[in-house]
Design a protein around this ligand. Structure first.
Ligand SMILES: Cc1cc2nc3c(=O)[nH]c(=O)nc-3n(C[C@H](O)[C@H](O)[C@H](O)COP(=O)(O)O)c2cc1C
Length: 207
């Protein structure tokens, strides 16, 4: 009798254990269990500020893309150099190295619009690493002319990645001497927009 009782209890226990395992296996992993990398290029810190907001919201590793040879401080000289690099397809070497990029599942990639294109250093980054199977999320600041071809170029340079809907906002206008603008009301507005965007693309961790 006792043996029968023990056998029944064991069966019930084994059944509930199997059920727990099955339930766990079918649950979609929460966003936080996906490893996040946020890389950004920023000259006058507007894109850097947006990168910081994303980092605050989703966590992960935040990395600035630095060049082996930085662009000149002078704006027109930089515009000219970028135009020439785009024309030649030159990919400026990066000083920044990402250790073991394979560990990341979701990569936010931030940049300003330069010459209505993706800046050459970001092209260098996307070409340099094997990003197949990863989820890429572009974000951008610009002087109000929009993203140009930049988001499309992200897709073209990462053909084996899933590229989610990007975020873009007006940043500085260096040409007119307007550099950093991500403070006061603008900062609050961008903060709200970034939160709404992350929610929309399902990358905002649940509280
Ligand atoms: C070389 C260069 C080229 C730029 N070209 C454009 C452009 O084509 N369209 C645009 O809207 N803004 C352009 N901008 C302005 C930047 O996109 C804008 O100021 C952005 O917010 C800068 O971001 P950052 O502060 O992160 O560097 C250019 C800026 C630089 C330095």
């Amino acid at each position: 009798m006792v043996r029968l009782l023990v056998a029944c209890l064991l069966l019930i226990f084994a059944g509930s254990f199997a059920q727990t395992k099955a339930t766990k296996a079918t649950v979609k992993p929460p966003v936080l269990s996906r490893k996040v990398l946020i890389v950004y290029l920023s000259r006058t810190s507007n894109t850097k500020a947006v990168a910081g907001m994303i980092h605050q919201a989703v966590g992960g590793t935040l990395v600035a893309l630095d060049l082996q040879t930085p662009y000149p401080g002078n704006y027109p000289a930089t515009v000219q150099q970028v135009a020439s690099e785009n024309e030649k397809g030159y990919l400026p070497p990066l000083r920044t190295r990402i250790d073991n990029i394979q560990q990341y599942d979701v990569l936010f990639v931030g940049f300003p619009t330069w010459g209505m294109q993706l800046p050459p250093p970001v092209k260098s980054f996307l070409k340099q690493y094997d990003l197949r199977g990863k989820t890429l999320v572009p974000f951008n600041t610009n002087a109000s002319y929009g993203v140009g071809s930049s988001f499309e170029t992200v897709k073209a340079l990462a053909p084996h990645s899933t590229v989610l809907e990007g975020y873009s906002t007006r940043g500085g206008v260096e040409r007119d001497g307007v550099l950093f603008v991500m403070d006061g009301n603008k900062e609050k507005q961008v903060q709200r927009e970034v939160t709404a965007w992350l929610k929309k693309i399902n990358l905002l961790p649940k509280p």
